[in-house]
Design a protein around this ligand. Sequence first.
Ligand code: GLN
Length: 482
Amino acid sequence: MQVSDSKMQVVWEPIADLAKSVNSGSVSALELVEKSLGLIEKHKEFNSIIATTETRAKQRAMQIDSDIADGKTVGRLAGVPFVAKDNFLTFGSETTAASNILKGFEAPYQSTAIEKLEAEGAICVAKANLDAFAHGASTENSDFFTTKNPHDMSKVPGGSSGGSTASVALKLAPFALGTDTGGSIRLPASFCGVVGYKPSYGLVSRSGVVAMASSTDVIGPIASSVEDASLVLDVIAGQDPLDSTTIERCNSYTKLSAVNKPKVGIVKEYMEQGVNPKVKELIIKAADDLKSDGAEITEISIPSLPLSLAAYYIIVPAEISSNLGRYDGQRFGKSINSGDVNDLEENYSRVRQEGFGDEAKRRIMTGTYVLSSGYYDAYYKKAQLVRTKIINDLNEAFNKVDFLMGPVSPQVAWNIGEIADPLSMYLVDIMTVAASIAGLPAISIPCGTVSDMPVGLQLIAPYKQDLKLLSLADLYERRSNG
Ligand code: GLN
């Protein structure tokens, strides 16, 4: 079912302008929060939201409005509402990661990213749906419900940050936060026609975010424009004593500037593996557009790149099996009435049996298998060697070009229920996982539609070149909008 354009009309100004209006008193933070909550209610049928944080959001808005009335300047995101994926620890509602095992969990503290946004005056209004624990590419693995694509309700929005991207596409709020372990910001951004940014590994603190695979998890913004995404990144980026893997930020991610004659390599391997020919055409058209803006376009072959999928689906489940160990009904996770079980062992297994969905169980089993003493060398160790080879090959590619480009996904959003086989679902990640296991910054920007469904252009840059990547994306976006 195609969704009429009137449902998706532009209703938010650029984030910087919104915050200026709030700071100047021409619009109140409460008005913006009420508008966002009203839109969330109006578009409920898309299932993008798990819970709102209405009471707390309104209280924060009133506080901000009274601070402004007292002559205080609130911050660069004053009064700007946003939606957070429900794997961010936040006050004001439960944090469930869309898993039954975490139902009823109230976070004792907030994630660093949320704290930083709040320090600049932004207001979290709702928690968005996801594949449980972020395991998936469609939100169909959510233990609660499947989010519907804003462009066609019979299609998936992509995943795992499908609730966040659908919320931005539906304009429920000016921006959302997502997490990307193997493509979970970029893929749904591509399917929903919005901008999704995966920063360099370590640029944004993971503290207070439900861990999936700690060596590739990153946090990033989902927005309607590159400019908005850059502003949000600028607020959340930087070192954090609570996450020892964080790296130093550059001066400012909002200083988008002209990129002088960038060399962009179209990845050969991303243009041949069963890519929908119409998606391919759009990527070639995007390359032509970049060329008109002064880029030098070449084709580049990185033969090891397709191996990243196999390496990813060994390394990531291994880390998942370790990270999910804490949900044992004692430390975290729903508890079982002690009268119903005979001993602690039975308690553990009942909690996990009842609390985890099929996909989490599948990944725990794969992960423990590849880490077991008999198979560690055959699988886990080999996958790490492949990972190193891919990192080296990507570094070598970046000796020849400044950026890599290709599609985010070989296809557009599929029908809900169409991909039932978990292995076929894993294949969808073929073009996003390399940047993840190498820790590189990557972005999805809308570059057209195929059969009325959005297609995302993926641009990848060397490690820590986030500002350059955003600048190139901004250049491309301005041309395609203008
Ligand atoms: N689809 C990928 C997976 O299922 C990526 C998930 C993610 O980035 N969180 O692992």
